[in-house]
Design a protein around this ligand. Structure first.
Ligand code: AHR
Length: 602
């Protein structure tokens, strides 16, 4: 099977990045939310004090060219200010997670015509309990001034906020206020617990940054990679109008490649191809989009002397990021001008980067593509029965021609809820079908990967989180049964059954990356509601090399619609036990509605 068979698809959806994997704690740090195309709003910043004490407004007076908006705070009270002063606070993304003993990097820009005496503090959600604090006391700050401080938390709250307060009369401008925990993954800005959840899946690739996020409802709100690189203060951010939220784009083009590298996963960059949900750029004027794609590839692959590679180098990565795959748009096959424009992207990239594999949005599983491609996208969201029965989807696909990239699959709707056992079993059956067709299916990834529980734009998802905790849905755990399949050897397996119980099975031999030993793994999904007694017979492998014991791992629950939750995060998760009698024949009992895998040393 391909080394790259199973990976992940990261989309900025459900606050997966901003307010999730990207560890920035301040939401709308530049006060630009709303974007270039609508009046700026300060949400979720709020005011401490009332109209007679303080007036807060936004105005285009920033020192950052790309981010013109700054916050103007006029304070009317002085000695008569209430205890604690007046000011503004940011609650982060539904509360900041501040942990006692940990350190947080604060950066902010400010200026004032008079003297400044501002208290910067991390507090609980009421503002009454202070967790960490520092003061800004300055007299001559008529020019924009940068403050950098490390805040060490003396207390904890998973629903904390950042406050800027003062008891001094006058006007102060603030801009680009950032707070990051110091202990992100390798200091690269990724929230550690969420990074680990993904890394534990051992993804062979990561497709990013969307999905619909790449397209935008309108092109002006699409992800434009050039606006997401360089110093974070200079990034304009944008309003993603498909999932309908603002992102400061701290998690930008560079960070996505860094994420791929940190995960040890092949990056698969999906770029905007001049098509949004509502518009298609005419082929006669598509060239600037083609150039933008070429530049984006150069940013990742060019050496440090190239125009765009030099910017990557200046950002801290002199060595190129390996980039071998790009997808030309997302779900655009039937949109106006897709093919005409696709051919222009294809020709230009093929000429500049002959080795890069290009992924078309048009499904080639049934009919031959009418355009050249190295791979084609295949997306499936449906009910559990349909997805389970799609294990055979690629059985009859022509073996000549581009390979399939099942870049988005999931059971959705009532069968799935927020992530049910039923959904995961259907998906497991589907993936076994992909394993068996992995001569023609090159890659597959579940979608979406993350959901912040406070912003469920799309359900179900693989990983659910809030400011401080996370858990995997059954579909997350189901994928763990497949993580050793990358680069494994698929064995021929046949299922003989007289019963009407819907079963799906596959068999592989893989090398364990830790002990370097070879294991036979048989996976079986029992999609029915009755127990099944299954006899597994192994032929062809040297019986003397097969261990007489092994292990059995099961994913199941009392009810097929059961889900995990913050209260019971591992209610449905793999449970491993000894298999005392293994060898050439294994008598297996498959629980109703279960996924079981048998591992035997060989
Ligand atoms: O995964 C959620 C969305 O589903 C993706 O953005 C899009 O590609 C698909 O329609």
């Amino acid at each position: 099977m391909p080394d790259t068979l199973f990976g992940v698809f990261f989309e900025e959806i459900n606050h997966a990045g901003a307010g999730g994997l990207w560890a920035e704690l301040v939401s709308n740090r530049g006060f630009e939310s709303g974007g270039h195309h609508s009046p700026s709003i300060i949400d979720p910043w709020s005011i401490i004090g009332n109209d007679s004490l303080i007036k807060v407004s936004t105005e285009a007076s920033s020192c950052f060219k790309q981010n013109p908006i700054a916050l103007r705070m006029e304070v009317f009270c002085g000695n008569d200010c209430p205890v604690g002063g007046v000011g503004i606070y940011n609650p982060g993304y539904w509360g900041m997670n501040i942990e006692k003993g940990k350190t947080y990097n604060l950066v902010l820009y400010f200026r004032s015509l008079g003297s400044v005496n501002v208290s910067v503090s991390l507090t609980d959600s009421t503002g009454l309990q202070t967790l960490a604090t520092t003061n800004i006391i300055r007299t001559d700050v008529s020019n924009w001034t940068k403050l950098e401080a490390k805040l060490e938390a003396k207390g904890s709250s998973s629903n904390a906020r950042l406050q800027l307060t003062t008891g001094t009369k006058g006007v102060i401008w603030f801009d680009q206020v950032s707070l990051m925990p110091t202990d992100t993954y390798k200091g690269h800005g990724f929230r550690k617990d969420l990074f680990k959840m993904v890394a534990d899946m051992k993804p062979a690739f990561i497709r990013f940054p969307g999905g619909c996020f790449v397209e935008g409802e309108y092109l002006r709100n699409a992800f434009r990679w050039k606006e997401t690189i360089g110093a974070w203060e200079e990034r304009p951010g944008h309003f993603g109008d498909v999932w309908f939220y603002w992102t400061d784009d701290g998690l930008g083009h560079y960070e996505f490649f860094q994420l791929a590298e940190d995960l040890g996963a092949e990056p698969i960059w999906v770029f905007n191809n001049g098509i949004s949900h509502q518009e298609s750029v005419d082929p006669s004027v598509i060239m600037p989009f083609v150039q933008e794609a070429l530049d984006g590839i150069e940013f990742a692959r060019g050496d440090a002397n190239s125009t765009w590679g030099s910017i990557r180098a200046a950002m801290g990565h002199p060595e190129p990021f390996g980039l071998k795959y790009v997808a030309i748009g997302n779900e655009d096959c039937n949109k106006k001008y897709y093919r005409e424009n696709y051919l222009q992207f294809y020709a230009a990239i093929r000429q500049a980067y002959p080795d890069i594999k290009m992924i078309s949005n048009c499904d080639g599983s049934r009919v031959k593509l009418d355009h050249p491609a190295d791979m084609y996208d295949f997306h499936i969201y449906s009910d559990a029965r349909t997805v389970f029965s799609m294990a055979n989807t690629f059985d009859d696909t022509s073996r000549v021609g581009p390979k399939a990239f099942v870049s988005e699959y999931a059971v959705t709707g009532d069968d799935a809820g927020l992530g049910s056992l039923l959904a995961s079993l259907a998906e497991a059956g589907f993936l076994m079908g992909l394993e068996k067709n992995s001569d023609i299916v090159e890659m597959a990834s579940y979608a979406p990967l993350f959901v912040n529980t406070n912003d469920k734009r799309w359900k179900p998802d693989a990983i659910v989180f809030d400011s401080s905790q996370s858990y995997g849905t059954p579909s997350y755990w189901m994928q763990h049964f497949f993580k050793d399949s990358n680069g494994a050897t698929l064995l021929k397996s046949t299922l003989h059954t007289n019963s009407s119980y819907p079963l799906e099975a596959s068999a592989i031999v893989f090398q364990d990356p830790v002990d370097k030993k070879n294991y036979l793994r048989v996976k079986v999904v029992n999609f029915g509601s009755s127990t099944v007694n299954l006899k597994i017979s192994i032929d062809g492998l040297d019986p003397n090399l097969l261990d007489t014991s092994g292990s059995k791992t099961v994913l199941t629950s009392a009810n097929v619609k059961d889900e995990n939750s913050f209260a019971f995060p591992q209610k449905i998760s793999p449970v491993t036990s000894m298999l005392e009698k293994a060898g050439r024949n294994i008598d297996a009992v498959l629980l109703p509605h279960s996924l079981t895998c048998f591992d035997v040393l060989t």
